[in-house]
Design a protein. Sequence first.
Length: 250
Amino acid sequence: MNFYEYGSLELLAILAFGFFGSLGHCIGMCGGFIVSYTTAKMGPSMTKSSQISGHTFYNLGRVSAYTLLGALFGFFGSLWDATPMMRMIMFAFAGVMMIIMGLSLSGRLKFLSYIEYPISQKLWFKKLFFSQLNSKSKFSFYTLGTLNGFLPCGLVYAMLITAIATKSALLGAGVMLLFGLSTIPTLFSLGFLVGFISQNRFRHIMIEISSLIIVIYGAWTLYKAYANYQAYIHPQEKFPMKCESGKCGA
């Protein structure tokens, strides 16, 4: 399998999942993280270009963490023979998880709070976070983004299941890279437009839209599970041999 085997619909679904998911979920989960480093490291005297540079390094660190996780999980998926039945189970699990997360994001279920472990409350994380928060180095923005990228997140969990199903470290990294890139517009803008993006009405609308997109992507993933189930119960013969009279053996 290579990245080109992912059709335009699949790629568009990943982009929509990341973009709308970031508008609804990431603003709430990562917003405090971004506001913290923006307030602490970007004073009024900081030039606009330096602010853009800082936000860029932060997002590069975050996307790098996603890409690394995608490569690791894709490699993990390559360690066993993913039969149609195995892919069906993985896609079915991912699809159900996405639908539940979409309903949870909209407030119709309580689920995300149970699977997003509060690692940011751990002492070692706080020490590392504040050491980078107080650092004057440009690279500290990248480190903060990397820390953010490794925070437990329901949306990331869902995409990592997709990365496993690719059975490829390279393709898994590609899936997570695409997902990460699709979240940049929201989280990059958040550093400059905290007040507007965080408005209750705007965020409520975005949460409803992102919830719907996540549920639709979950349904699409369930369809892929069904397609693999059909491949399992109706296996097709590979390389059928067509013999002419008097050939192909006695």
